[in-house]
Design a binder for this molecule. Structure first.
Ligand code: LLP
Length: 421
């Protein structure tokens, strides 16, 4: 459920009609709902009730400072994957002991910043990284809490670009080598090995791959404990999918995911961390765009929008589906039109949908891309010198611009011209 509903034929974000925001900030823009973000965090938090747990929001999905502050205020932890994300998390109010640091290529500089600023744990992904962190920690006179990410070689059955748990992926250490690597880690004085980490991919629409991976983690926990390691924390990653196509079967709910986690891992009495990103932010955001032209091509009509692949790259990058709906609801009985829905960028890949049936719209009308709150604004660029689009946060009947659209001058002035030119 989200909070973008038609009222009196006009799509609203909570209690705000979207045309009102469009008038204030211009199109295109991202719009997020406080109520949906809050609700989705709580669904996960409640799903793990009864076990010691921390929901660490994967901020790569949407890292606007206002979104982070909202989520931090709910008591969440956060999963960061770069020095920049770490700095954003701290700036938004996350305490160091609620920040977990993931990613295959943490630099020594990033490690140092996190150790100095406070960190819950590093999720280590390789032996060279383990040695580097040990050195950095010792040089600072600190002990770094760590888990080691294992690659369980499980097929997440998702898009190949966002599957991470197969042996051919760059992530984690092969689970078969875990015993050896944990023994090496335990011998390093700068590290405190607190647990195991796993993340097998994103937009999973079935619980079985999770369960398979978690069963392997359960087994590994027992093996490592038998070897004398004090495994007390399991980071289970993120990945639970959302319904992009409303006509399709809905993916499992957080409560079902939570029940599976308790069933597979509950007996181990470990603290559980999860790192959901998409499920918290995805359906909490939409992208609102204006129609520039409707152009008749050969055998097809192109709906040319003012949003483009630089604003929302998921369709171009993953062939992802996003529901696109008119902001003014079509009257009952209106016949559907069929469009190729495209942006103004000079690439054929700048196509949001091909031969999509939707109610007819025309120049000046507004359309909304649903499920655009995760991996939308964060993946945008200024390709074709199209300014990053504004982000707006709605709370009941109020809205605020939480990132403004830069002016052309601001964009141009970011470049510098060498004096010898
Ligand atoms: N934890 C780790 C270690 C991750 O790599 C990711 C996502 C997450 C948690 C959060 O996964 P989520 O709950 O959001 O599925 N840009 C792609 C998605 C990339 C996901 C990368 N890692 C997209 O637009 O579909």
């Amino acid at each position: 459920m989200d909070h973008f509903l038609y009222r009196d034929g006009v799509l609203h974000a909570e209690d705000v009609p979207l045309p009102q925001i469009a008038q204030a900030v211009g199109t295109p823009f991202y719009c997020y709902s406080t109520a949906t973000l809050t609700r989705h965090f709580k669904l996960f938090d409640e799903a793990l009730e009864g076990v010691d747990h921390l929901v660490c929001y994967a901020m790569k999905a949407n890292s606007n400072q206002a979104v982070l502050k909202l989520i931090a205020g709910l008591g969440a932890g956060v999963d960061v994957v770069s020095g920049g994300e770490y700095a954003r998390a701290k700036a938004a109010g996350f305490a160091g002991d609620k920040i977990v640091f993931s990613g295959v290529g943490k630099t020594r500089e990033e490690m140092r910043a996190a150790l100095e600023g406070g960190i819950r744990q590093f999720n280590l992904e390789s032996e060279p990284e383990m040695l580097a962190l040990n050195e950095v920690a010792l040089s600072l006179g600190k002990i770094a809490p760590v888990t080691i990410r294992v690659n369980p070689d499980v097929d997440a059955k998702t898009h190949e670009k966002i599957a991470t748990g197969k042996s051919e992926n760059k992530f984690g250490i092969p689970i078969a080598r875990a015993k050896e690597v944990y023994a090496e880690a335990a011998a390093l004085k700068g590290l405190d090995v607190v647990g195991i980490d796993v993340h097998i991919g994103s937009q999973l629409t079935d619980l079985e791959p999770f369960a398979m991976a978690y069963r392997k983690v359960a087994e590994l926990t027992e093996t490592l404990r038998a070897e004398g390691h004090n495994i007390r924390r399991l980071d289970l990653g993120g990945g639970l999918g959302i319904p992009y196509e409303r006509s399709n079967e809905a993916p499992p709910l957080p409560v079902e995911y939570g029940a599976m986690v308790k069933e597979v891992l509950g007996h181990l009495n470990c603290e559980i961390e999860i790192e959901p990103g998409r499920l918290i932010a995805g359906n909490a955001g939409i992208l609102v765009s204006g129609v520039i032209y409707v152009k008749s091509g050969e055998g097809r009509d192109f709906l040319i929008l003012d949003a483009a692949m630089n604003d929302l790259v998921r369709p171009a990058m993953y062939g992802a589906y996003h529901d696109i709906v008119p902001v003014i609801e079509a009257k009952a009985g209106t016949e559907q039109a069929r469009y190729d829905i495209v942006g103004p960028v000079c690439e054929s890949g700048d196509t949001f949908a091909k031969q999509r049936d939707m109610p007819p719209v025309g120049p000046g009308d507004l359309v909304a891309f649903r499920s655009a709150g995760a991996y939308g604004a964060v993946m945008s660029s200024e390709y074709n010198t199209r300014p990053l689009i504004p982000e707006v946060l709605v709370h009941e009947d109020q809205f605020a611009v939480i990132r403004a659209r830069p002016t052309f001058d601001e964009i141009i002035n970011r470049d510098t011209i060498p004096e010898w030119l």
